[in-house]
Structure formats: structure tokens, C-alpha cells
Write a protein that binds this ligand. Structure first.
Ligand SMILES: C[S@@+](CC[C@H](N)C(=O)[O-])C[C@H]1O[C@@H](n2cnc3c(N)ncnc32)[C@H](O)[C@@H]1O
Length: 292
């Protein structure tokens, strides 16, 4: 482990304490291969074919610890993956999240700095029969373009999540981001879940849905003016009707879906660039266009 990775590990110790005992236990019980089930069988004559990762081994910005399979399953459930999705795992380790997604019919891609882990993942994908849908590249997540993903998964560290946050917030509205164990600072998750009774360490996952950007002034078809303030998925503001300002309450974005109450009426709608179309609580259609 490099000195900088050791510093990072120490920095995270408080939040990792519950997991550390399980981690030490895992180390004493055996190797990562027993944990992952994804290590390819030995192939005499090829050095990389005999490579066995070790839990806690150094990585560029964070050590490798695999997400427990129970939590991988839960994270993919949270992400609501479909065959139409394209999942990217940032720091893909032994490839388990990518391969599991591919086994469910989703095209998935891992970006991993450690070339041995990339080879290991590719072999595991071939053995699982999903190499056409599960691909891996050796690279630095901070120098990679993953903007075409519709689902991003990660198991990094809090400060790394914060470094990625601006890029994640620029992704297409509706993109799901699911993180093992670490949050996104003051961007509150849309959902939190656990890995279940059999999950022993690193068993909490957070999901965010990239919100459409709606801050600003919107002219409604009935002449009212909707003024929105936005902080991530949370909204405030007011609806101005005939010079009277009615505060917007109970307001949030869920990807491209907007919902708010104002002037005693619930409004829901779908944001499509500079236009919102939807229905009010009484079922009446409404629409709005962004004011320039
Ligand atoms: C905690 S492990 C998570 C592995 C996998 N995503 C999982 O959930 O099982 C973090 C992984 O990120 C890799 N990594 C660290 N810094 C990286 C970087 N800058 N670019 C790409 N991969 C990186 C490490 O080598 C390690 O495999």
C-alpha cells in the first residue's frame, strides 16, 4: 500500500470500523478468491492467469474491497436496470457488478486502474458467458468519459464521490447513481437500502437520480408564472397568479419528473428541456415553457 493510500484508509477508519472486524476476519479466513468466486482458474504459462487479488490491496485512489454479492444484487435492484440501460462501474475491481448486470441482460462496462484486475474481470466475464455485454477497460475514472451511462455504480470513498459529483450531476436527467457505503455530501440520496441479513460488511447502498435542471422562471399556459429555486432534487419558489405569490411546497424532482404544490393544488409533470407538461391534482392538463 502506498503512503497516500494508507493515509486515505486511516482517514476513513471511523466510518469503516464496523466493517474492519469483518475485513480482518476475511483476511484471516482466506484469500479474496474465496470471497469473490470470480477468480479464474489457474492457467499455467500465463502470469496474469494466476493473479489472485487480495482484499485491501492498494489501488490508485482507494484500496480494493469487493462489494458483497448480496449488496451488488440490491444495488442493481435499486438501479432498476433493464436491457435498455448501460451501466458503468467506476473502479470495477474484480468485475462482479458489471458481470452481474450483464447476466441480467444489461450492457455494462467497468473502468479499473489495475490492469491485473481488468484481465481477471475479462476472464470472469468470458467464463460467465457474458463477455459480449460485460466489457472492461484499464483507466483512471477521473480521466474517463462515462457520460453515456444510464446507471453508474461505485464503491470508492466520500471525497472521491465528491470529486465525481459535478460530472454525475451533468449526466442525462434520470441517470441512476448507486454507491456502496459512501454518500454524496449534501446531495441527499433518493433511496437507501441494506444488503440483508447475510451481508456482513459494507452493506449499505445509496441511490440518487440525476435531476433535470429546472431552476428559473416558467410561464404556464394559463398565464401564471412559476419561479423555481433548486438544490439538487429539492425545489422551492413560488407560483405568481394575477400578481399574488403562492409559495411552492412539497416540491421535488425525480429525474425528469417534477411535483409540487402551490395555491392549494398539486402539480405533477414531465420536464423535457425547456418545456414541462403534466396534470394538476384535478386531472387538468397544464404546461409551461422556460422564460428566456
Ligand atoms: C473498493 S473497490 C470496489 C470494486 C468494485 N466496484 C466493487 O464494488 O466490488 C475500488 C476499486 O477502485 C479501483 N480504483 C482506485 N482508484 C481508481 C481510479 N482512479 N481509477 C480507476 N479505478 C480505481 C481499485 O483498484 C479498486 O479495484
Amino acid at each position: 500500500m502506498t503512503p497516500s493510500n494508507r493515509r486515505r484508509l486511516l482517514h476513513c477508519l471511523p466510518s469503516m470500523l464496523p466493517a474492519l472486524s469483518a475485513f480482518v476476519l476475511a483476511l484471516s479466513l482466506g484469500t479474496a478468491s474465496a470471497q469473490t468466486g470470480l477468480v479464474a482458474p489457474t492457467d499455467a504459462g500465463s502470469a496474469s492467469a494466476t493473479y489472485e487479488p487480495k482484499r485491501g490491496q492498494a489501488g490508485k485512489d482507494v484500496v480494493w474491497i469487493p462489494t458483497p454479492q448480496e449488496l451488488v444484487d440490491e444495488m442493481l435492484r435499486m438501479a432498476e436496470i433493464t436491457p435498455q440501460d448501460y451501466l458503468v462501474d467506476l473502479g470495477s475491481g474484480d468485475g462482479r457488478t458489471v458481470i452481474t448486470a450483464a447476466q441480467r441482460g444489461t450492457r455494462a462496462h467497468g473502468i479499473e486502474f489495475n490492469p491485473d484486475m481488468v484481465e481477471l474481470s475479462r476472464r470472469a466475464a468470458r467464463e460467465a458467458g457474458v463477455a459480449d455485454r460485460a466489457t472492461f477497460v484499464q483507466g483512471d475514472i477521473f480521466e474517463s468519459d462515462f457520460s453515456d451511462a444510464t446507471v453508474v455504480t461505485l464503491f470508492l470513498l466520500p471525497d472521491l464521490n465528491l470529486r465525481l459529483r459535478p460530472a454525475l450531476l451533468e449526466m442525462k436527467p434520470g441517470t441512476r447513481v448507486v454507491s456502496n457505503s459512501f454518500d454524496m455530501g449534501d446531495w441527499e440520496p433518493d433511496e437507501t437500502a441494506d444488503g440483508g441479513a447475510d451481508c456482513r460488511s459494507y452493506c449499505r447502498a445509496y441511490k440518487w437520480i440525476v435531476p433535470a435542471k429546472v431552476e428559473g422562471r416558467w410561464k404556464l399556459d394559463d398565464g401564471a408564472l412559476l419561479v423555481l429555486e433548486q438544490r439538487f432534487q429539492k425545489l422551492g419558489g413560488h407560483l405568481a397568479i394575477d400578481g399574488m405569490q403562492h409559495p411552492v411546497s412539497d416540491a421535488a424532482m425525480r429525474g425528469t419528473q417534477i411535483a409540487f404544490s402551490a395555491n392549494g393544488q398539486r402539480h405533477t409533470g414531465e420536464v423535457d428541456g425547456g418545456r414541462i407538461t403534466g396534470r394538476d391534482g384535478g386531472g387538468k392538463a397544464w404546461s409551461a415553457v422556460r422564460e428566456r
